[in-house]
Design a protein around this ligand. Structure first.
Ligand code: NAP
Length: 319
């Protein structure tokens, strides 16, 4: 019988992340606030945001409401945010983390991630909407030292990477003198299972968090391409019928059961609740194998960041 409770992954001694969290990209303002409120009500305690999602204030408003009402304690929550690509330099780390903390209304985050391995020049404060320009001087080792400082000065409990490739992770990991990266957040779903990268992270004791775990069904406009409909895959539908679950629940359980965290985004109360109800069943190894067989390798990748002009020419472009 499967455990009906949330599963936790240990990032470092005493720092445990709930395996299932709420993604918040494209959840803005009122929509974002309602989603966080509903998620906390449904038992979510891990919230994934980022400086660039422009919703840290909305996330902070609801957290404040819950903390003030005494319904949760700060230590029950796990808040993740990320260093923006235009802050990808040592001086950008304390600057942008502090901005995020101010927006969130928190004194620390539980996990701070470098959002992308490539960097852009810092924004001109008097013209924040000006065109973004690639900064080819991005130095991961120097940035990582500034990330470590944030743990030492109490502004982040854990630090990690996002969208880094194996070579980039290895370099940061092997040169990190004080604190190793404890988490890698990457695109990971049924059609892009990232088996080799996950194995590599396991070998370094780096936990993996799957973004777009449902295949990001509504992002075709942003990505400028057709997004395959994983939620209606025939094999997943058959397996869902067998367990009396939805296809979203099967996709999420498939990820979580492998010791990987997942952060499905939803702004819909029914789906927010549905996505959390994955701890009362277990997929058989036969069904896990059927789902594993649907991996399309690198052809399954949705996010290649070519939407950011110049990113693909950056020396640290990861793909
Ligand atoms: N580090 C990075 O570079 C990076 C990149 C991308 C994403 N992320 C993070 O990962 C999170 C998740 O990724 P994502 O938003 O791209 O994609 P996703 O979670 O795979 O998919 C979200 C979409 O699925 C729909 N959905 C959610 N639950 C559903 C269900 N049970 N049944 C049917 N549809 C459902 C949502 O619509 P409704 O809202 O209408 O329910 C939304 O359109 C993001 O929100 C963000 O926090 C990180």
């Amino acid at each position: 019988m499967a455990n009906k409770q949330q599963i936790y992954l240990e990032l470092s001694p005493g720092v445990k992340i709930p395996a299932l969290g709420l993604g918040t990209w494209q959840a803005l303002d009122d929509d974002g606030e309602k989603a966080i409120d509903c998620a906390l009500e449904a038992g979510y305690r891990h919230i994934d945001t980022a400086y660039v999602y422009q919703n840290e204030k909305a996330v902070g408003n609801i957290i404040k409401k819950w903390l003030e009402s005494g319904r949760i304690k700060r230590e029950d929550l796990f808040v993740v945010t990320k260093l923006p690509k235009h802050g990808n330099r040592p001086s950008g780390v304390p600057k942008y983390l502090q901005e995020s903390l101010d927006s969130l209304g928190l004194s620390y985050v539980d996990l701070y991630l470098i959002h992308s391995p490539f960097g852009f020049q810092d924004k001109n404060p008097s013209d924040p909407n000006s065109e973004e320009i690639v900064d080819v001087t991005t130095d991961h080792i120097a940035i990582w030292k500034a990330m470590e400082d944030q743990v030492i000065n109490g502004k982040a409990r854990a630090i990690g990477l996002s969208n880094f490739n194996e070579r980039q992770i290895e370099r940061v990991w092997s040169t990190a003198e004080r604190i190793k990266p404890s988490m890698l957040q990457v695109e990971l779903h049924l059609y892009f299972q990232q088996k080799e990268l996950v194995e590599f992270c396991n070998s370094k004791n780096i936990k993996v968090c799957a973004y777009s775990p449902l295949g990001s069904p509504s992002s075709s406009k942003v990505l400028g391409k057709e997004v395959p409909d994983i939620l209606n895959n025939e094999t997943v539908t058959d397996i869902a019928k067998k367990y009396g679950k939805t296809t979203a629940q099967i996709l999420l359980r498939h990820i979580i059961q492998q010791g990987i965290a997942a952060i499905p985004k939803s702004s819909n109360p029914k789906r927010i609740k549905e996505n959390m109800e994955i701890f009362d069943f277990e997929l058989s190894s036969e069904d896990i194998n059927k789902l594993n067989a649907l991996d399309q390798g690198k052809d399954g990748r949705l996010f290649d960041f070519s939407i950011f002009k110049g990113a693909t020419t950056h020396p640290e472009y990861p793909f």
